[in-house]
Design a protein around this ligand. Structure first.
Ligand SMILES: Cc1cc2nc3c(=O)[nH]c(=O)nc-3n(C[C@H](O)[C@H](O)[C@H](O)COP(=O)(O)O)c2cc1C
Length: 331
C-alpha cells in the first residue's frame, strides 16, 4: 500500500488525499530523490524536451516521473550558428549554445501551463558567473510549480578565464554554496563528465550543500567533413550524447555513488528499460532520458509504459530495490 498512483490500483478517498491500494502483483515504480518523491524513475532530460509543454500532444506528461526543462539563463540567449546537430556512430553531437528564452519569459509563458501537470518539474539553471546562477534561482524562487533546481555546471566561468565551473572542485564548491544559499527547493547539481576525477567533483558538490547529483552532461567531441575540411557543426566542437556514451557514464555514476551519500540521477544513452536497470544497479535512484527523444519524441512515455511489464517479468516488485545492487565481486 502506498500514496502513489500505480497503473493497476484501487483508489479510495481518505482524509482529503487519494489513498492507493496496490493490487497484488503490481509493481511499485516510485523512487525518492532526497525529499522529492517521484511516481517513477523516468525523467525527461534538459535540452531534449523543450520546456515540457511542447511535448504535451505527444506524451502524457502526467505519466513521467519528471521533466527537466531546457537550461535557463538570466537573459534570453540566441545560441550557436547552425548546423547545431550532427549524427555520429551510436550518438550525436550538439552545439546548441544554450539557446533559451531566459528565466523571466519561462516563468511568464511556460510555467503556468506546466504547473497544471502532476509531474515533477525541475528547472535547469546556468550562468557565466556565480552571480548569474544566483540571479536565475532568485527569480524562480518567487514562482510556484517547481519541484527542484538542477544546476548545469558545464559552463565556462567568465570570471576565471572561461574554465568550466564543473572541472574544478573549488569552483564547484563556490557555485553550489551560493546556489544553496539562494534556493529553498531541492538542489540537484549536474556534473560534467569531462573531468579526471568525478569523485572529487561529486564530493565538492555534496560538501557545498547539493541534495542530489545528476551524472552526467555530454562529452566534448568533434566531427569533420573531410570534403570541406570544416566542422560538421556551426561551432568547432560539440557535446556527444546517445548510446555511444552509456558505458562511460555508467562508470561515472558508479564512482559518484560510491563517493557521496546524496542520491544520484543517472543519464547518458538510455533507450531501453534494460538501460534504466543498469543505471539503477550501479547506484542511480532515478534516470533521465535525452537523445532518445530525438529519434522518438514518445520515448519517455514508452519507457514508462514498458518498465512495469519488464519489472514484473524480472520478478521486481519495487523498482527501488534495484538501486545499488551491483555484485562488484567479479573475479
Ligand atoms: C540538443 C541537446 C541540448 C542539451 N541542452 C542541455 C541544457 O540546456 N542543459 C543541460 O544541463 N544539459 C543539456 N543537454 C545534455 C542532456 O541533458 C544530457 O545530459 C546528455 O545529452 C546525455 O544524455 P543522453 O545521452 O540521454 O542524451 C543537452 C543535450 C542535447 C542532446
Amino acid at each position: 500500500m502506498g500514496w502513489i498512483k500505480f497503473p493497476q490500483s484501487l483508489r479510495l478517498a481518505s482524509a482529503g488525499r487519494v489513498k492507493i491500494l496496490t493490487v497484488p502483483g503490481s509493481v511499485d515504480l516510485s523512487v525518492n530523490v532526497g525529499a522529492l518523491r517521484l511516481t517513477n524513475p523516468i525523467i525527461a532530460a534538459s535540452g531534449t524536451f523543450g520546456y515540457g509543454v511542447e511535448f504535451a500532444h505527444l506524451v502524457d506528461l502526467n505519466r513521467l516521473g519528471g521533466i527537466v526543462v531546457k537550461g535557463l539563463s538570466l537573459e534570453p540567449m540566441a545560441g550557436a550558428p547552425p548546423p547545431r546537430l550532427c549524427e555520429t556512430p551510436s550518438g550525436m553531437l550538439n552545439a546548441i549554445g544554450l539557446q533559451n528564452i531566459g528565466v523571466r519569459a519561462f516563468v511568464a509563458e511556460k510555467l503556468p501551463a506546466l504547473r497544471s501537470y502532476r509531474t515533477a518539474v525541475i528547472a535547469n539553471v546556468f550562468g557565466c558567473t556565480v552571480e548569474e546562477y544566483v540571479g536565475v534561482i532568485r527569480i524562480l524562487e518567487d514562482a510556484e510549480g517547481l519541484a527542484a533546481y538542477e544546476l548545469n555546471i558545464s559552463c565556462p566561468n567568465t570570471a576565471h578565464g572561461g574554465i568550466q565551473f564543473g572541472s574544478d572542485p573549488q569552483m564547484v564548491g563556490e557555485v553550489v554554496a551560493a546556489a544553496r544559499n539562494a534556493a529553498k527547493r531541492p538542489l540537484w547539481v549536474k556534473l560534467s563528465p569531462n573531468v579526471t576525477d568525478i569523485a572529487a567533483i561529486a564530493r565538492a558538490a555534496e560538501d557545498a550543500g547539493a541534495d542530489a547529483l545528476t551524472v552526467a552532461n555530454t562529452y566534448q567531441g568533434m566531427s569533420v567533413d573531410t570534403r570541406t575540411r570544416k566542422s560538421r557543426l556551426g561551432r568547432l566542437t560539440g557535446g556527444l550524447s546517445g548510446p555511444a556514451i552509456r558505458p562511460i557514464t555508467l562508470r561515472l555514476v558508479y564512482e559518484s555513488s560510491r563517493a557521496v551519500k546524496i542520491p544520484i540521477v543517472g543519464l547518458g544513452g538510455i533507450e531501453k528499460v534494460e538501460d534504466i536497470f543498469e543505471y539503477m544497479i550501479v547506484g542511480a535512484r532515478a534516470v533521465q532520458v535525452g537523445t532518445a527523444n530525438f529519434s522518438d519524441p514518445g520515448a519517455c512515455g514508452n519507457l514508462v509504459d514498458t518498465v512495469e511489464k519488464s519489472c514484473s517479468k524480472a520478478n521486481i516488485h519495487k523498482i527501488s530495490d534495484l538501486i545499488g545492487t551491483l555484485h562488484a565481486d567479479n573475479p
